[in-house]
Design a protein around this ligand. Structure first.
Ligand SMILES: [Zn+2]
Length: 221
């Protein structure tokens, strides 16, 4: 083997080793994936260019124009990349808080997840029915979440806000009871009893994105 070939082989092996290190290490792979996803969003999302932290002078018209432009581009792609058939196996109930990004919590939630979002993660009869429908469609895990620093929870503790938002506050007051109601629905009760469905509870740490799994609500089973 010539000296040149030796170098080439050495560099080649180094590259292979680096690629393997990334592929074999879940953490390195995850970070690389996240970097690519965020790079993609940077390319696609022009609304993020507006600096909401320091400049809120953007008008509703400007936002709407950008939203329409974005959708025109997005919907123009659907013909090129037809939607594949998906079969969600997880349903997540989460607060509508914009800081909570379900894809940042558990990976790509476009494929195998139903996401139900309400202010304060409340489960009104309508959401109960939606989740039941999800279970009938093959969902095996229902994850009911709340999160830290929740504006709806803060509103529930504020007498003035309670008067202003009576509907959502009364649902919040009944959150536990509504969960019990959901668990008592025959479809849900039977699926849980048969081991075909698990209902999990977690509180999302809004700062770290960590799901802190909580014990199942007493009386729910
Ligand atoms: Zn919230």
């Amino acid at each position: 083997m010539t000296k040149k070939a030796g170098w080439a082989l050495g560099i080649g092996l180094l590259v292979v080793a680096l690629v393997l290190a990334v592929v074999m290490s879940p953490r390195a792979e995850f970070i690389m994936g996240g970097a690519l996803v965020n790079l993609g969003y940077r390319f696609q999302d022009r609304l993020s260019k507006f600096d909401f932290e320091h400049d809120e002078s953007i008008t509703p018209d400007q936002i709407w124009t950008e939203l329409e432009r974005q959708n025109e581009l997005a919907s123009g792609m659907r013909g090129l990349f037809p939607r594949t058939v998906r079969h969600p196996v997880v349903a997540i109930l989460a607060c509508m808080d914009a800081r909570i990004d379900t894809s940042e919590l558990v990976g790509d939630t476009r494929r195998y997840y139903y996401i139900v979002r309400t202010a304060g993660s409340v489960l009104s009869p309508a959401e109960q029915e939606m989740l039941e429908l999800a279970v009938l469609n093959g969902v095996k895990i229902v994850l009911l979440t709340t999160h830290t620093d929740c504006a709806a929870e803060a509103a529930a503790a504020d007498p003035e806000a309670r008067e202003r938002f009576p509907a959502v506050i009364s649902l919040l007051d009944e959150r536990e009871r509504r969960i019990e109601e959901f668990m008592a629905r025959p479809t849900i009760r039977d699926a849980v009893a048969a081991g075909e469905l698990q209902v999990k509870h977690a509180r999302i740490d809004t700062t770290t994105d960590r799901l802190v799994v909580e014990e199942v609500h007493p009386g729910a089973h």
